[in-house]
Design a protein around this ligand. Structure first.
Ligand code: PBG
Length: 324
């Protein structure tokens, strides 16, 4: 039998050839930039564990959104750090609450930008849980009713996409019916459909100045569960999610690839605070090449099946992609 003498190195010989046969590209069109806004501050507050990320005062949100648009970024994901906290997060469904105000400011600053709201309660409740607490646990269906009010409030404020991150059962059908009943049939829902209870969110809690010390394990997923990860995303697809998501990213590429094989919906991945902080810390220690590591990570997300990438590196990536 003739030996297989196929030579893979033939197509690796020149940079042009390598460019021609590259299977996976990261584009600025894929990127979603998270933005944090804190009530009652006058200047940006730095976040120690996340160098380069700040909490903006409301007065600087417009510039932050306009800068992102200028760099070619097509979508921002808004997080509010509220002063007005209570047991149920009622600020989120008030038409003059922080969530509604951020959306209006962002839409005026860059009308063509896709403005996405992170729809949860943890930044607006005094206990820090992602919903209403009853008998020591988050009550699913009471939280859903509040979430319905919250998303309609966001839609009225002009949001372009709803992104529920609270991991309540039935949240997508509850949101879809609330939006449709209020006349917002055109607003898509990007579900945090497979969100793990993860230590990688540690620096986010710094970022939102959270005093939360509890556990989210009765609603977020167990990192050990791959079948459940697929099932929960498929359930959200059936409930009408327009975009599915896996969060965090780097440690869950198998989950991403598996959902990609089972769904035709666009798929997002969230490169979370801990993933960002680890690269920043290693780069600051001089042990890795930051840009190369970030680009390799983003390429891995796309290779595994992600269409969209939510990352605190979005602005850096937009610049790096322009330079090449
Ligand atoms: C809260 C929320 C979290 C993140 C986004 N929304 C943290 C959590 O669930 O505790 C994490 C984002 C990040 O770590 O970058 N619903």
């Amino acid at each position: 039998m003739k030996p297989n003498n196929f030579r893979f190195r033939r197509l690796r010989r020149t940079a042009a050839l390598r460019d021609m046969v590259r299977e996976t590209q990261v584009s600025v069109n894929d990127l979603i930039l998270p933005i944090f806004v804190e009530e009652n501050i006058a200047a940006p507050v730095t976040i120690d564990s996340m160098p380069g990320v700040v909490r903006y005062p409301e007065s600087q949100l417009a510039d932050a959104v306009a800068d992102a648009w200028e760099l070619g970024i097509k979508a921002v994901l808004l997080f509010g750090v509220a002063e007005h906290k209570d047991a149920i997060g009622a600020d989120t469904w008030h038409s003059e609450g922080l969530l509604a105000r951020m959306i209006k400011i962002a839409k005026v600053a860059a009308p063509e930008m896709t403005v996405i709201s992170d729809n949860c309660f943890c930044e607006y409740t005094d206990h820090g849980h992602c919903g209403v607490v009853c008998n020591g646990d988050v009550d699913n269906d009471t939280t859903l009713a509040n979430l319905q009010q919250q998303v309609v409030n966001c839609a009225k404020a002009g949001v372009d996409m709803i992104a529920p991150s609270g991991m309540m059962d039935g949240m997508i059908s509850a949101i879809r019916s609330a939006l449709d009943d209020a006349g917002f049939t055109h607003i898509p829902v990007m579900s945090y459909s497979t969100k793990f209870a993860s230590a990688f969110y540690g620096p986010f809690r710094d970022a939102v100045d959270s005093t939360f010390k509890g556990s989210r394990s009765t609603y977020q997923m167990d990192a050990a569960n791959a079948r459940e990860a697929l099932a929960e995303s498929m359930q959200d697809e059936q409930e009408g999610a327009d975009i599915l998501m896996v969060k965090p990213g780097t440690a869950y590429l198998d989950v991403l690839a598996n959902i990609r094989q089972h769904s035709e919906r666009p798929l997002a991945v969230y490169h979370v605070s801990g993933e960002y902080a680890m690269i920043k810390a290693a780069a600051a220690a001089g042990v890795i090449d930051e840009q190369a590591i970030v680009c390799e990570t983003m390429t891995a997300f796309k290779r595994a099946g992600a269409d969209l990438i939510i990352t605190y590196y979005a602005k850096d990536l937009a610049r790096w992609l322009k330079d090449h």
